[in-house]
Design a protein around this ligand. Sequence first.
Ligand code: IMP
Length: 427
Amino acid sequence: MSAVVIVGAQFGDEGKGKVTNFLAAKADMVVRHQGGANAGHTVVVEDRTFKLHLIPSGILYPNKISVIANGVVVDPEDLVTEMDYLLSQGITLDGLRISTQAHLVMPYHKRLDALQEGRRGDARIGTTLRGIGPAYMDKAGRTGIRVGQLKSPAEFRELVHQQAADKNRIFVEAGEEPEDPDAMADRYLSLGERLLPYLVNTPALINDALDHEENVLFEGAQGSLLDIDHGTYPYVTSSHPVAGGACIGAGVGPTRIDQVYGVLKAYTSRVGDGPFPTELAGSLAHEIRERGQEYGTTTGRPRRVGWLDGVALRQAARVNGMTGVAITRLDVLDGLPTLQIATRYRYPDGSVSADLPEDVSTLALAEPEYAITPGWDAPTTGARRLEDLPAAARHYLDRIGEITGVPVVMVSVGAERARTIVTGSLF
Ligand code: IMP
């Protein structure tokens, strides 16, 4: 039996989709346990590229169970669109399972997201505007509506009325149109018809699978530095992308998790606002962005890019209890003369630290100290074993292993499944 958690070790967009898809081949079940349609997972299967937001990439394989677990916030508009997209691509949804306990993202959550971002002005978070924060606020405030409530139309309509009355006060005060609760309830109940066949008790389903020694892969969304507790608060998402989030968001105990693989890009990217100590500007940033096609899968926004941040990675390795790292996009660095890895932060008062500071205002003052390592000329995309890589590339990977204190288990040198170097036993 093996339960493997895949987490993002940076600010999201680390290439988790590729790593998850690679491991999904050996999994019986793939579980999404946090976040919502803010995520965008690009998965290349043979010569076809799929962009998924809510449905785990296990769906691309026949005979696997793909679970949207209780910790996810589900926007039925997005989910039904994604289901139709997959069906139009000839993908069967027979393996899909959705938690009755997952919370719904309602139309007013998306509007509140936009309203809150507008009010923040220059202090905006740069959210994906998918209603994620407001949906989790309602969940924590115990005013959320759960997917399972779509099974009881009268009760659901009543809850929508209660919530609309509350939210409409905010919209009217802001000079905006109020929501029509009946139109909203009608629309969601009709979308709900499409979801009902897939609703199950997912914690029971997942625990049963583990009891039967099945391989279960927990597919994280976003990244550790966007975690609401361990990230760069308040420039974070509203869920727990760290490995512990898999336990809560899927309903499994920590003792059941066997491996935690942190996925990290060979450089860093961030989409949205907030401090980014190793951020690059100018022509080098442009070159890396274009080579890596660093544009958001969900929003199309250009991503900010920078050097690898060893301080942040070390913290990510710790808070996730990583047992291995998977490094993606090594090929994007091919041909750069030198590479830099931040090893410590220096502050204006002269102090130096190898730990990520607890607050974002201190992080904003951090000046990274870099270790400079040589680049490599030869393309890495053809490498299938570590020995095929240039010595400087191997040295770079070794440095990452040293900094995180975790063995490198996989290296990705291109989007396609075959462009992968496996350096450890993965399941
Ligand atoms: P939210 O999750 O839409 O509330 O956005 C909060 C922050 O998380 C913003 O900086 C977003 O850009 C970032 N974010 C959310 N989802 C993703 C993702 O899947 N990849 C990268 N960044 C994300």
